[in-house]
Design a protein around this ligand. Structure first.
Ligand code: HEM
Length: 227
């Protein structure tokens, strides 16, 4: 009899320990299952969010693309602005290469992503960039563009056509539409010291307006080319 009671006690103990193990397994599995389930819900929410994001960025692009068609064309230059710019350009022309190089070196310092987009300049130090023949050549091309635009200031439709085409070609040069405006900002900083006390609010406004025309058309030209 005492032996039977002893066995019964042992069995009860076994029963409890088995029950405990069963609960443990059940809890572990239910946590795993629920986390899997919740993960799936979160993932699908993420997908919905990223789908919305894609839809939005497509809409953004469409909006930008429609800048010109929507009539969001920058104001043309006034006669006074054309005169101010052409007079200033006569003195700036002597320092074209220097201004162009300073513009791009400062642009790369403030926006390293633009330097990375210029494949030959990736990883170059500031002093390498200062010596770079490629940088100097592109800087001179940008200054040449300013020169062309100023000589076409009286033919705004010609200026527009030229910049749309240049922007469209830049879609094959690894540039991004938002970079053009950044070039304009740095160009303005670079010319300021060269103009001394001729740098007035009217002068600043005239250069801002010219670069607004250049960069808006270039950006739209690039976006129409499919970027
Ligand atoms: C207002 C801004 C800019 C202007 C006016 C401009 C102007 C020019 C011009 C006139 C050319 C000569 C080739 C052609 O006519 O198609 C050129 C070429 C090129 N541009 Fe630009 N550019 C600007 C900004 C940029 C930016 C932000 C990048 C950034 C990646 C870039 C990358 C290039 C490259 C890789 C070439 C070809 C190589 C060369 O000619 O140096 N440009 N650009």
């Amino acid at each position: 009899m005492p032996i039977f009671i002893k066995t019964l006690k042992i069995n009860w103990r076994r029963f409890y320990s088995l029950q405990k193990q069963f609960y443990r397994i059940y809890i572990i599995h239910s946590i795993w299952f629920h986390s899997f389930y919740i993960d799936n819900i979160i993932n699908s929410m993420g997908n919905i969010k990223s789908l919305n994001g894609k839809k939005k960025s497509k809409e953004d692009k469409k909006d930008k693309q429609n800048d010109i068609e929507n009539g969001n064309i920058p104001e043309p230059l006034t006669e006074e602005q054309k005169q101010l710019l052409q007079d200033a350009w006569i003195s700036l022309k002597n320092d074209m290469a220097k201004i162009g190089v300073v513009t791009f070196i400062r642009l790369f310092e403030t926006h390293p992503e633009v330097q990375d987009a210029f494949l030959p300049f990736q990883q170059l130090t500031k002093s390498d960039l200062e010596q770079s023949v490629i940088l100097r050549s592109h800087a001179l091309r940008v200054m040449g563009t300013v020169d062309k635009c100023l000589s076409r200031a009286h033919k705004p439709e010609k200026l527009q056509e030229l910049m749309l085409e240049l922007g469209s070609r830049h879609s094959t040069y690894n540039a991004k539409a938002d970079f053009f405006e950044m070039v304009g900002q740095q160009f303005l900083h670079a010319i300021q010291p060269h103009l001394g006390d001729r740098w007035t609010p009217e002068m600043e406004q005239a250069w801002t307006q010219l670069f607004k025309l250049i960069t808006t058309y270039m950006r739209n030209g690039m976006l129409s080319a499919g970027r």
